[in-house]
Design a protein around this ligand. Structure first.
Ligand SMILES: C[S@@+](CC[C@H](N)C(=O)[O-])C[C@H]1O[C@@H](n2cnc3c(N)ncnc32)[C@H](O)[C@@H]1O
Length: 448
């Protein structure tokens, strides 16, 4: 009879390394140099993504997915570590931003001469401004015409044939250089419309009176744009210097940035090794409203209007067209929360708010199902989720998402909580209900 090998001699199953989880709280102090050009109020810091991915000790050839990639923090961190990645987002602005962020530092020298040529063409051409041009919401006609001229010249000189098709321009195929110049133009417009901003980072007012619109000379617009490009080029050059000082830096990982809706995303079964993401919050934040001015700049490249896009977003503030029923796959916590919300005595709770919340959970559950389908068995999915309040009702989103994940074949391995100031602290109008201040941001570690 064969005797069992002593425990010390048995082949031990590989132990997964512990994941390093820093605070996912956005920190302006961490956004310096090249990072500083991609601030996103909804983003997590690059160091959070980098440390986490590094600690996962993924094998060569592993593919990382961020289904709600936003400003592209995950794809940027993965690329820096030499890992392949796929970033998905429904907002065309975020596709441009995430692509620009990946511009190789060796391109630093090209940016300034390109910007100078684009400005020279914009000065010498007379763009015909459509009377419905979205830029007219904030800028008086001659300012809007010059900005459109700059945009047209970026499009004509840098958006190549690969990105063009009979059904429009594929934003996910435009070059990193074109994307970077678009980001410089976004920043120019943001600076010009600063008087219409409020303390709420998601809100940009459209002036009611046309004579309140911004009037800036061509020289001012050109100066802001050139300064942005100069600063971006310098930051990129500094990054190149820093990279050169590292012995054997990894080659940048391959990255695909896709414009698509996670509710219907098509990823091959078991094609993903690791997911790192932060889904849209359930705090009635309109993700497209936060990028209104950028969407106005990009309008000629888009096939869908800002309103229709806003409706498609997870967390949309628009009432869904179809009727949605509570689904068992959303779990018990969600069902209890929705029941209380529907019965809440405050105005529109049983109507508008109930329906927009149904829309949120419906889209989230579908998306998590697709994400789980794409994840390999044994693969991790790390989701950063914030809880919130509807009036005085606690929306324990981390717990709800945990239950939805379990329903779609994931197990929860660990949850780490961080306390933050929340968006509702910024909006004093919502303080009429008794509830704790701040919010809890949870890092949920699932395994399939
Ligand atoms: C919390 S943000 C992600 C921020 C990101 N982690 C970063 O560092 O910038 C959520 C993102 O989900 C995107 N989003 C909302 N609904 C979506 C949908 N149905 N499909 C794909 N992306 C969507 C929003 O445009 C937003 O950029």
């Amino acid at each position: 009879m064969r005797r069992a090998a002593p425990i010390s001699a048995r082949k031990a199953a590989p132990i997964a390394p512990p994941l390093r989880i820093l605070s996912p709280k956005r920190n302006k102090l961490l956004q310096t140099g090249w990072e500083g050009f991609f601030p996103y109020y909804a983003g997590f810091p690059e160091v959070f993504a980098r440390e986490l991915l590094q600690s996962a000790e993924l094998p060569r050839g592993a593919v990382i997915l961020d289904p709600w990639n936003g400003s592209g923090t995950t794809t940027y961190a993965a690329s820096g570590l030499g890992l392949s990645s796929i970033g998905i987002d429904l907002n065309p602005v975020m596709i441009i931003v995430a692509r620009a962020r990946l511009l190789p530092p060796t391109e630093a020298d090209h940016l300034k001469p390109l910007a100078a040529t684009i400005l020279a063409h914009a000065y010498s051409s007379q763009p015909i401004l459509d009377s419905n041009d979205a830029l007219l919401g904030w800028f008086e006609p001659s300012t809007a015409a010059f900005i459109r001229g700059v945009e047209q010249n970026i499009r004509r000189s840098l958006v190549g044939n690969m990105a063009k098709s009979p059904d429009g321009i594929h934003l996910d195929k435009i070059s990193g250089t074109a994307a970077t110049l678009y980001v410089a133009l976004f920043a120019t417009c943001r600076k010009l419309v600063a008087p219409f901003r409020s303390s709420n980072p998601t809100w940009l007012r459209v002036p009611k009176e046309t004579d309140a619109r911004v009037a800036a000379t061509k020289a001012t617009v050109a100066q802001y744009f050139a300064a942005n490009v100069r600063d971006m080029s310098a930051a990129l050059a500094a990054k190149l210097d820093a990279d050169l000082r590292i012995a054997n830096p990894p080659r940048a990982g391959q990255c695909k940035i896709n414009l698509s809706d996670t509710v219907s995303m098509k990823l091959r079964k078991s094609s993903i090794d690791f997911v790192l993401t932060s889904p849209p919050y359930c705090t009635r934040i309109d993700y497209t409203a936060a990028t209104r001015i950028e969407l106005a700049v990009l309008a000629p490249l888009l096939t869908v209007g800002a309103r229709a896009l806003g409706k498609q977003m997870i967390g949309s503030t628009q009432v869904p067209s179809a009727s949605i029923e509570v689904d068992e796959s959303w779990g018990k916590t969600c069902a209890r929360f929705l029941k209380k919300l529907r019965k809440h005595p405050s105005k529109a709770s049983s109507g508008y708010y109930y329906r927009t919340h149904l829309d949120y959970f419906h889209k989230m559950s579908r998306s998590i199902e697709r994400m789980s389908h794409a994840l390999k068995v044994g693969g991790h999915a790390i989701l950063v989720i914030q809880d919130s309040y509807y009036k005085d009702l606690h929306n324990d989103l981390p717990r709800i998402i945990t239950e939805i994940g379990v329903e779609h074949g994931l197990s929860i391995e660990r949850r780490k909580n961080f306390h933050l100031r929340s968006m509702s602290d910024i909006n004093p109008g919502r303080r009429s209900y008794v509830r704790p201040s701040g919010a809890t941001e949870s890092v949920l570690c699932f395994v399939k």
